[in-house]
Write a protein that binds this ligand. Structure first.
Ligand code: ATP
Ligand code: MG
Length: 344
């Protein structure tokens, strides 16, 4: 039996949303709305895998929700909610902790990067983060997951978990009337010219919420002046832009800015180079400022308007959580039957 197609993805309320989150994830969320049923989650339980000030966590949860709405996700046709309101995520994550192998988690590069040198002192939650992420997707039996390139490895792990669950419990799955597979193997959607937006200061590092220098990223709430300043100061090399994509290969900073331009404009890097090949960075950066301000300005303004009304945001999350819970509860009931847990 083919699985019903369903999109799931999440964003952590861990700080300032930036251009990487927008181009790598949220912009895709918006585009997928016309073709799929979509569930978009503010993953507050993931956020606390590293320390979060409680009042700040509440505020950033509302900010990410505001960003979803400001970018154009329709909370009536689709579902927007925060993870901790649907306890089935945590329940299924526990089952997946018992399906996933320590060896699998030991290979996860995000844990190594985030734990840094002091690994003994990292939270256990940070280590099992990918199991919770698999549960987020699979508790809705999600089939498609739009994410940035950095999440590819976690998506592969989610597929491995789904596959092992289906194998380990194969007989029980069949005896409960679910054919041979209970969980779909979720497919990542990682496409386009900006799947890994790099820092504006260092073309070898991903643009990130946690980087101390604000000049490394463009925040969705930056005003036109801040956007212009950050783009003008962005690191580049002294050469003119190439006319062919191949010319970008040894030039990570140029590649990044061209990719950003293409993604904001809905075109390809080749299109951008056809227009700007041979131009100096000063010319290209001016056009990039205009484009970025035109695209991001209205989003930032709408986010600011929305966060001024926390009652409305909390209402959207409550309503979305109620609808998410119905689907998640149905999956969890079946999982309990399959695993052999008595329920009443
Ligand atoms: P943190 O540093 O707290 O992990 P983050 O910026 O990585 O923050 P997440 O909430 O972990 O943000 O990720 C949300 C989505 O944004 C994910 O789909 C992720 O792949 C995507 N994403 C994050 N950074 C980038 C980037 N630099 N380029 C493209 N996509 C990105
Ligand atoms: Mg991240």
């Amino acid at each position: 039996m083919p699985f019903k197609q369903r999109v799931f993805s999440g964003v952590q309320p861990t700080g300032n949303l930036h251009l990487g989150n927008y181009l790598g994830a949220i912009k895709k969320f918006v585009e997928l709305q016309d073709r799929y049923d979509c569930i978009y989650c503010v993953v507050d339980m993931h956020a606390i895998t590293v320390w979060q000030d409680p009042a700040e966590l509440t505020k950033t949860t509302r900010e990410v929700t505001a960003a979803f709405l400001a970018c154009g996700i329709d909370p009536k046709r689709h579902i927007i909610f925060n993870q901790s309101q649907v306890h089935e995520h945590a329940e299924l994550a526990w089952v997946f902790n018992c399906v996933a192998r320590v060896g699998w988690l030991n290979r996860m590069t995000q844990f190594k990067e985030k734990a840094g040198k002091d690994r003994e002192n990292a939270s256990v939650g940070l280590y099992v983060y990918p199991d919770l992420m698999a549960a987020d997707i699979l508790v809705y039996r999600g089939t498609h997951v739009p994410v940035g390139e950095d999440q590819k490895q976690h998506l592969e792990l989610a597929r491995d978990i789904a596959q092992k669950f289906n194998n380990d419990f194969g007989a029980s799955i069949a005896s409960h009337g679910f054919d041979d597979a209970f969980f779909p193997l979720p497919e990542p959607i990682i496409q386009g010219p900006a799947t890994r937006v790099m820092s504006l200061r260092d073309g070898s590092k991903k643009m990130s919420k946690s980087e101390p220098s604000d000049y490394s990223r463009i925040n969705l709430t930056d005003d036109a002046d801040a956007i212009a300043q950050k783009i003008r100061k962005a690191k580049t090399d002294p050469d003119a832009l190439p006319s062919e994509e191949k010319g970008l290969e040894p030039r990570p900073e140029a590649d990044n800015l061209v990719g950003i331009y293409a993604a904001l404009n809905g075109t390809t890097k080749a299109d951008v180079l056809r227009e700007f090949g041979g131009a100096q960075f000063s010319t290209f950066k001016s056009s990039l400022v205009d484009l970025a301000v035109a695209k991001l300005g209205p989003i930032g303004a709408e986010m600011k308007r929305l966060v001024d009304d926390p009652g409305h945001i909390d209402g959207v999350l409550a309503e979305g959580s109620g609808r998410a819970r119905v689907i998640a509860a149905e999956t969890m009931k079946a999982v309990k039957d399959i695993v052999g847990f008595i329920r009443s």
